[in-house]
Design a protein around this ligand. Structure first.
Ligand SMILES: Nc1ncnc2c1ncn2[C@@H]1O[C@H](COP(=O)(O)OP(=O)(O)OP(=O)(O)O)[C@@H](O)[C@H]1O
Length: 252
């Protein structure tokens, strides 16, 4: 078994009075892909956002339990949330490049973290774009506006932007739901490539996608994590009736 990247213990989350996650326990290995599946509103995105404290930004959210990353509970008071988000990067559903050049999108994070040297930034931009399988398509137009790229290219640019600050963990919230099938396939191939170096947690509505790209899958329902297992096993031989009903299309 690989080292653990993330260990979640008895995690509860409330939006005001409403409990959205109930006693979640989950261990995620380094350099693996974990898919979060379940019907709309079951808490997948909420859970994903707990892993880099993105829910902190939402008023009225209350969280208890622990999420350990490198032997540190990320909810401890002394945790530097900016550093946490550098370590645990995020890619969103709709590609959201900044209205800046391709180069400046990727250099944005490193610049914020104090890197000013032009040749160092050039190196990071190239490495990140290569890492996101986009370099060959954009190397001759790095000064062009990012918003001129296709949707699939924009999403790979957002992945490059996340890679540029050298995270260990990448969170992806339905990263292909706004993309056409070919762009989707490229991102799926990219995820397979990225897991050699990163731990990836991905929310997907698409069960075939979860089956294709993940090592482990967690099935959520109404704020509970119903089943969490090797992807092959969860899809071929689910232990829970609700998981079975969901993956066979009986609800959701
Ligand atoms: N900012 C918020 N304030 C209050 N309630 C929220 C907020 N965000 C989500 N919720 C509620 O928490 C529950 C879980 O939502 P969440 O978005 O995590 O589900 P999901 O499984 O990701 O759904 P989807 O697949 O539709 O994105 C839902 O009942 C939702 O209405």
């Amino acid at each position: 078994m690989n080292q653990l990247a993330i260990s979640v213990q008895d995690l509860n989350l409330y939006y005001g009075d409403k409990q959205a996650l109930r006693k979640i326990n989950m261990e995620i290995e380094e350099k693996s892909v974990t898919a979060l599946i379940g019907p709309s509103g079951c808490g997948k995105s909420t859970f994903l956002r707990t892993l880099n404290r993105m829910n902190d930004l939402i008023p009225g959210v209350r969280i208890d339990g622990e999420i350990m990353i490198h032997n540190q509970n990320i909810y401890d008071d002394e945790v530097d949330v900016e550093m946490l988000r550098k370590q645990v990067g995020m890619v969103f559903q709709a590609p959201n490049p900044f209205p800046k050049s391709i180069y400046d999108n990727v250099a944005y994070g490193p610049r914020i973290h104090g890197i000013k040297n032009k040749s160092r930034l050039d190196e990071i931009v190239e490495k990140s774009l290569r890492g996101a399988a986009l370099w060959d398509e954009v190397k001759d137009r790095l000064k062009d506006r990012a918003t001129g790229l296709s949707g699939g290219q924009q999403q790979r640019l957002c992945i490059a932007r996340a890679l540029a600050v050298e995270p260990e963990i990448l969170l992806m919230d339905e990263p292909t739901s706004a993309l056409d099938p070919i762009s989707t396939l490229k991102i799926e191939e990219l995820v397979q490539e990225l897991k050699k170096n990163y731990t990836i947690v991905i929310v997907t509505h698409n069960m075939q996608q979860a089956a294709r790209i993940s090592d482990k899958t967690a099935f959520f329902l109404n704020g509970d994590m119903i089943e969490y297992d090797n992807t092959d096993k969860l899809f071929s031989n689910p232990q829970n009736k609700q998981t079975e009903d969901y993956i066979t299309g009986r609800f959701g």
